[in-house]
Design a protein around this ligand. Sequence first.
Ligand SMILES: [Fe+2]
Length: 234
Amino acid sequence: MDELTMPFIYKKGDQMLTASNEVLFLRTIPPEQCETLNQQLEIEVKRNCNQKQLTTYWQTSGDWLNGTTEPIEKLRSILKDAINHYLINIFNRNHAHLDGLRLSKNFRHELKLWGWGGGSVGESSNPPHVHRNAHLSGIYYIKGLSKTDVDPTDYSGCVTFIFGDSAQEVLMGSYAATNLFPIHPIPGTLVIFPSFLRHFVHRFRFRQFERLYVSFNCQFGTPLEAMSDPTRKR
Ligand SMILES: [Fe+2]
């Protein structure tokens, strides 16, 4: 597990990153493995959106991620694999406190996964927020900036995590945050984070490009506790 430092360097493969005691997981799927899938997912997302909104910003409605088409099923299995990787790593890191139990790679978690697709062209943003009623959340980028086009000083369209715990940050969001970590929308990038970790999407200030993503949430049961019920009101 690596300490998160800026400027951030996108490496090949998996990166488990810690900051302020939180853990982010980045998995980079190489273009030769995800290019065709991304093209299929683009069609799947766009045909499930309001067609009039495709010139601005758009989002699928309902639980798009539990659709039954082949590309969505394939994406679901990619996401589940990454979620398992995250959970096993975290669990085993703390195993001394957890009955000394260690999980193997084949361990199957009880898991509820739901999500939606969305995108934007040009000016678009999303203010700081957390994802409620979930344990882990994540984003998978279908379309965005190619790795060679990434400018580390331009955060247009980045999802940015706010690390820290001061009340001022909670109230003021990115105005008061001193520890921000932006992730560029590079196709094939999958990021998983604790759902309570606040994040926002930067405005497209300097550059305009099409950004297409799948966002998801999940809940899971561990070997030591029953799974919580997502329909619970509190
Ligand atoms: Fe979000």
